[in-house]
Write a protein that binds this ligand. Structure first.
Ligand SMILES: [Zn+2]
Length: 281
């Protein structure tokens, strides 16, 4: 077990990383995971990490997502200083948090605040997968609750962009509690609010986030090819000893089966959300 863990750590250390999080060829080009063609890093960046050849959607950071969605200069962050604590004295957690903060430049795996989209004021929360796999710890849960509270009190539409590997295991039961907490807050919000809630699911969204606020919205949008589910395909295949259908847990599969309403290309997302806000207002 120990050997396996140290080996795994070695692999992750040697994984190529660039600013966009993709495999680097020579600092200028990147080999696309979708079409296998070389792509200019600069071209990718200018298209919010969508491949110009094949439209493969790579993950983007929360600040980039906010830049994509919100009107320029309109975003104001709330609870920026909120920091997780190592309540269970989980070995190495402080170091992991420190590393995640350094790597992402963020305090936590979620950035929440207020903004306008096409002139429409909204409460907006965006998850960042770079921060410990977008895992839902107590601070992420608290930020979701705060964003819903702000939406309710200020009569704003709510937009949450998810990307998460699931629970933050280092916080144990406190992490699992967030499922209940965000769901209770969501019920309270849903009962009293007058404005719509739009959830945007991006690659990958799993575990407690899928099981709570990401799939309990008025409209559920997803990015093309995004993986979305509760447990991952390998876990399910391991437990059931059955082969899963092709494309299982992709946004497209989930749309066919009624869990996702629409698939929206990243570069059309802002306009799509703006139209929805005006239609549902
Ligand atoms: Zn491509």
């Amino acid at each position: 077990m120990r050997h396996w863990l140290s080996k795994r750590r070695e692999y992750s250390r040697s994984a190529p990383e660039t600013e966009s999080g993709l495999g680097q060829i020579n600092g200028v080009f990147t080999k696309c995971r979708g079409c296998k063609k070389p792509v200019y890093e600069e071209d990718l960046k200018s298209r919010f990490n969508v491949c110009p050849n094949c439209d493969y959607h790579y993950p983007i950071s929360a600040p980039e997502r906010i830049k994509l969605l919100a009107d320029p200069g309109s975003f104001t962050e709330m609870a920026r200083e909120m920091r997780a604590e190592n309540l269970l004295s989980f070995e190495g957690y402080e170091g992991q948090l420190e590393k995640a903060r350094e790597k992402s430049g963020l305090g936590e795996a979620m950035v929440a605040g207020r903004a306008t989209i096409g002139g429409n004021p909204v409460a907006l929360a965006v998850m960042d997968f770079r921060f410990i796999g977008g895992s839902m710890g107590s601070v992420v849960g608290e930020k979701v609750a705060l964003t819903m509270e702000a939406a309710l009190e200020e009569d704003l539409p709510l937009i949450i962009v998810s990307s998460s590997g699931g629970a933050r295991m280092q916080e144990g039961i406190y992490s699992l509690l967030q499922l209940a907490k965000t769901s209770v807050e969501l019920v309270r919000y849903t009962r009293e609010r007058k404005k719509p809630y739009v959830s945007v699911i991006t690659d990958p969204t799993f575990g407690g986030v899928t099981a709570s606020f990401a799939t309990a919205a008025d409209v559920i949008l997803a990015e093309p090819g995004a993986r979305v589910g509760f447990a991952g395909a390998r876990v399910i295949e391991g437990a059931t000893k059955e082969r899963l259908p092709e494309g299982f847990q992709t946004a497209e599969f989930q749309r066919e089966h009624g869990m996702v309403d629409r698939i929206v290309h990243r570069l059309e997302l802002r306009e799509d959300v703006r139209r929805l806000l005006e239609l549902l207002a």
